[in-house]
Every structure is written in structure tokens, then in C-alpha cells.
Design a protein around this ligand. Structure first.
Ligand code: HEM
Length: 507
């Protein structure tokens, strides 16, 4: 009996074994050829010392910005960066390289965006080609200056809610506060109100904690996934604890987007609320998306709608939360600049009981400080594309199609070839005279070219309103025992929060 079984199964088992071996061998040859091709294509660019197996993965995962700055100083313009033995990105941080790269319309890197997709979906940030163009064209009116003007009051209200919380925490004493969480909730509140007319009261009630936590974790896991090449294989990642958590997160984010859309559709059906909607003096972002869908169901599906809602919440609140927090931290470290901003803001706004659009454009010193802070700590530290055709940089160096190019905004903003003493906070770099002589692609917190940040004016308005009101009401000083450490995830994050001392100013 045994020998019959053996006879019957021996041959298929043997064939299966040979088949698997051949498949494995083929895969190994493919990977080997891929490595050889990348080595050949990148041979003209010196790279920092690399581990034969991990490449530069450890360095990137540890998130040492100082290491990146060291490389920027040592390798002019660009360097190849290996993630494991078979994948390399080409890091650039030179203004001429950036200009050449950003003037083209290469698609987003398929490899990198594979990791972002579960959270972002196919929205403006991740789309390419005609579909991206259609969506960009569609949502642009939501960021017109007239619409932005009407957001100033909404932003003021939300910042005041946060200041109310701080007053309660601090009383009249100098009190240590972790401000990043407060600021994140405040920017979420602003975005939900401005883009979706959602009054969630999220700064006060904690119903949004799951959502906020999901967003925080999504960035952490995506970054981990990206730079851990052992997890690049879908199946390995899917069954890992991080893969499991990412699945949960993407469900939380999808459900939230669904709820925002459902609520609005419901309120539009409700005649009473419809009257309210008509009272709005501008169509918000969701109005624009819904009317696009009503006009053109075929090219704008429910899934498109959900992806755009998700994209705007993710792209539009974490970035500004970082921007405001880093600025506050830099002003705490540099009290002379904080005082100058406060004097300017007082002279324009008085006690700040109301803020107008025109007043915001008068804050020239404060704007220079905002820019200097965005230079030192750009909320999006890098962007990437996959070359659809060969590229030649102004110095004659070329790369073939297929290479993933990463523009390191952090590297560009800390490049000593452009910025004298790049680590020093010096707002006067952005005075008219000093900016005039600089390359126009030296400072790119919002990127540039056809795919620049659609929300950049919204963000600048929000940063000005927030910093003006905060400085009018509080003096900020650093907590020397808890310096800010950056975690370079998809969006720059603080490793242990942003700890500052706040002191209420008397009127
Ligand atoms: C300080 C705040 C912000 C910074 C530093 C920032 C930075 C950026 C950068 C660097 C890009 C280019 C990404 C790439 O090419 O891969 C981008 C794109 C984008 N940003 Fe922002 N952003 C900010 C605020 C906002 C806000 C408030 C919104 C929306 C309300 C927004 C929505 C978007 C969208 C939708 C895109 C994709 C545009 C496209 O590809 O057509 N951002 N942002």
C-alpha cells in the first residue's frame, strides 16, 4: 500500500518541486538583473557607503535628518539611495535639478504610492494623467481667493476654541503643554468646517479620537512599510501586525469619508437644511464635488468622491498642524523674533477681536518667520516621481526612464550651497533684497510646477491667523528638557510631541 502511494505521488511531487525551484531561480535572476541594471544606470553618481543587503534602509528608517544633511553637504546635487539590494531611489536637492524635475509631468512613483494607496485612495494626490487633470480642474475653484477670504472667520473661531482650552490649562501661570495634539485637532476642525461645512466640535468632544489616532498611525506605518524592504512583498506585509493595523486604519478613514458624504447628501435632501446651504456665500469643496458628480456620474464615481474627501482631510490638516507647531517652536527658541512678530501683529490687529483678509497681507515680518520655519522644517519633507522618459539635468548628467526620483525638500532647504548656515533661524533670508538673488527653486515647501500644492494659499492664511492669535494671547518658551525631535514620515511628525511653556499675556 505504502509503495503504491509513494509511486502515485512521487512524480507529481517531484514535478512541483522542480517547478517551484525554477520559479525561485527565475525570480532570483530577475532581481539580480534588476540590481545590475540599477548599478549601471546610477554609476555616474557617487553614493554614501552602503550595506550590501540593507542598502541605506537603516539610515532612512532611523530617520536621522542629520545624516541626510551630511550627505547633502558631501554629495553635491544628488545621490542614489538603496532600500535593500534591489531597489534604489535617486535623491535630488539642488535647485537646478529640482527645476528640471518639477517642470515635467512624470507620474507619481508606482512603487512608493502602492504604500500610500490604502489610506489615500485614488484622489488628487495619487492620480496621474487625464484623470488627475480632470479632478484638479474641478476642485481648483474651491481655493479661489474669494472663497479663502470667507474662511478667515471660520479659522479665527477654531483658533479661539483652542486658545480657550489653553487658558483653562494655564490659568495665569507659565505652564508646560504638549501643543501638537491641540494644534492637530484645531487644524482638523478648520478643514472640516471650511471644506465640508462640518461642525464636529472635534476640539472639545473626543468622538474623533479613533480617527485622529488612525491618521497618526497611517503615516507611521506607511513610512515603515516603505523603507522596510522585507515588507515590500504584499503577502508578507498583509500578514504582519503592521499590515493588519493598516487595514484597520484604512477602514476607519473610509468610514469617516463615507460619513461626511452621507451627512451632506442627507442634509441636502432636508428642505430646511437646503435653505441653510443656500445661505452659504460660497460653495465649499464638497458642494463642488457633489455637483460635479451630479453633472457627470460616469466620470466621477462614489469611490472617486470618497477618495477626494479622504485626500483633502489627510493632505490638508496634518501639514498645517506641523507648519503651525514647528513655527511656534522656532519662535519659542528665538524670543527676539517672537517679540518682533507680536509687535507687528499688535500694530495691525489691536486686540485681535477680528481679523480681515487685508490685514493678513500686512504681516510682512511674521510672513518671513513663517517662510523661515517652513524652510527649516518643511511639513512634507520629500516628493517622488517615476521617470516616464529619460531626463538630462543642466550639468549634463542623465538618468533613464523607470528610475524613481525623490526630491528631498529637507535636503534642498538645508543645502549649504544655497543657504549660509542652514541650521540658523534667520527670517531675513526672506526679505525682498535677500530673496531676489536666490534661485527660484531653492525654497519649495509647497513644491512647484503643474503639481504644486493646491492648498498652499489656504495653508498660508491658516498659518497667519493661527500664529497671530496665539502670539497675541500667549508668550511661548521652550522646554529645555524636551527638545523637538522630528520623525520624517510621509508628513513630518514630532517623535514625542511639541512641548512648550505657555504664559497668558495680560491685555
Ligand atoms: C503647510 C501646509 C502644506 C504643505 C507644506 C503642503 C505641501 C504640499 C506639497 C509639497 C505637495 C506636492 C506633493 C507631491 O508632488 O507629491 C502638495 C500637494 C497637495 N496638497 Fe498640500 N501642503 C500643505 C497644505 C495643504 C492643504 C491645506 C491642502 C488642502 C486643503 C492641501 C492639499 C494638497 C493636494 C490635494 C495636493 C496634490 C495636488 C496635485 O497633485 O494636484 N495641502 N502639498
Amino acid at each position: 500500500m505504502e509503495s503504491w502511494l509513494e509511486k502515485r505521488w512521487a512524480r507529481p511531487l517531484y514535478l512541483a518541486f522542480v517547478f517551484c525551484l525554477a520559479l525561485g531561480l527565475l525570480q532570483a535572476i530577475k532581481l539580480y538583473l534588476r540590481r545590475q541594471r540599477l548599478l549601471r544606470e546610477l554609476r555616474h553618481f557617487p553614493a554614501p557607503p552602503t550595506h550590501w543587503f540593507y542598502g541605506h534602509q537603516k539610515l532612512l528608517q532611523d530617520g536621522k535628518m542629520e545624516k541626510l544633511e551630511e550627505f547633502v553637504e558631501k554629495y553635491p546635487c544628488a545621490f542614489p539611495c538603496w532600500v535593500g539590494p534591489f531597489q534604489a531611489f535617486f535623491y535630488v536637492y539642488d535647485p537646478d535639478y529640482a527645476k528640471t524635475f518639477l517642470s515635467r509631468t512624470d507620474p507619481k512613483s508606482k512603487f512608493l504610492y502602492k504604500f500610500l494607496m490604502p489610506c489615500l485612495g485614488k484622489g488628487l494626490v495619487s492620480l496621474d494623467g487625464p484623470e488627475w487633470f480632470q479632478h484638479r480642474h474641478l476642485v481648483t475653484p474651491a481655493f479661489s481667493f474669494n472663497t479663502l477670504k470667507s474662511y478667515v472667520d471660520v479659522m479665527t473661531q477654531s483658533v479661539n476654541i483652542m486658545l480657550g482650552k489653553w487658558e483653562e490649562i494655564c490659568g495665569t501661570r507659565d505652564t508646560g503643554v504638549e501643543v501638537f495634539e491641540h494644534i492637530s485637532l484645531m487644524t482638523l476642525d478648520i478643514l472640516l468646517k471650511c471644506a465640508f461645512s462640518q461642525e464636529t466640535n472635534c476640539q472639545i468632544n473626543s468622538n474623533h479620537d479613533t480617527y485622529v489616532k488612525a491618521m497618526f498611525d497611517s503615516s507611521k506605518i506607511t513610512f515603515y512599510h516603505l523603507y522596510s524592504f522585507l515588507h515590500h512583498h504584499d503577502i508578507i506585509f498583509k500578514f504582519s501586525p503592521e499590515g493588519h493595523r493598516l487595514q484597520e486604519i484604512s477602514e476607519v478613514l473610509q468610514q469617516y469619508a463615507e460619513k461626511v458624504i452621507r451627512d451632506r447628501k442627507k442634509s441636502l435632501k432636508d428642505i430646511k437644511n437646503q435653505d441653510n446651504a443656500q445661505k452659504k456665500n460660497y460653495p465649499d469643496f464638497l458642494d463642488i464635488l457633489l455637483s460635479a458628480q451630479a453633472e457627470n456620474c460616469d466620470s466621477f464615481s462614489d469611490t472617486d468622491l470618497q477618495s477626494e474627501v479622504n485626500t483633502f482631510i489627510l493632505a490638508g490638516h496634518d501639514t498645517t498642524a506641523g507648519g503651525i507647531s514647528w513655527l511656534l517652536y522656532h519662535l519659542a527658541l528665538n524670543p527676539e523674533h517672537q517679540e518682533k512678530c507680536r509687535d507687528e501683529i499688535r500694530s495691525i490687529l489691536g486686540d485681535g477681536s477680528s481679523i480681515t483678509w487685508d490685514q493678513l497681507s500686512e504681516m510682512s515680518y511674521t510672513t518671513m518667520c513663517i517662510k523661515e520655519s517652513l524652510r527649516l522644517a518643511p511639513p512634507i519633507q520629500s516628493i517622488s516621481r517615476e521617470l516616464s522618459k529619460p531626463i538630462t539635468f543642466p550639468d549634463g548628467h542623465s538618468l533613464p526612464a523607470g528610475i524613481t526620483v525623490v526630491l528631498s525638500i529637507w535636503g534642498l532647504h538645508h543645502n549649504p550651497a544655497i543657504w549660509e548656515e542652514p541650521k540658523v533661524f534667520d527670517p531675513l533670508r526672506f526679505s525682498l533684497e535677500n530673496s531676489d538673488q536666490r534661485h527660484s527653486y531653492s525654497f519649495l515647501p509647497f513644491s512647484a510646477g503643474p503639481r504644486d500644492c493646491i492648498g498652499q494659499h489656504f495653508a498660508m492664511v491658516e498659518l497667519k491667523v493661527a500664529i497671530a492669535l496665539i502670539l497675541l494671547h500667549f508668550k511661548v518658551t521652550p522646554d529645555p528638557t524636551r527638545p523637538l525631535i522630528f520623525l520624517p514620515q510621509v508628513i513630518l511628525k514630532p517623535q514625542n510631541g511639541v512641548h512648550l511653556y505657555l504664559k497668558k499675556l495680560s491685555k
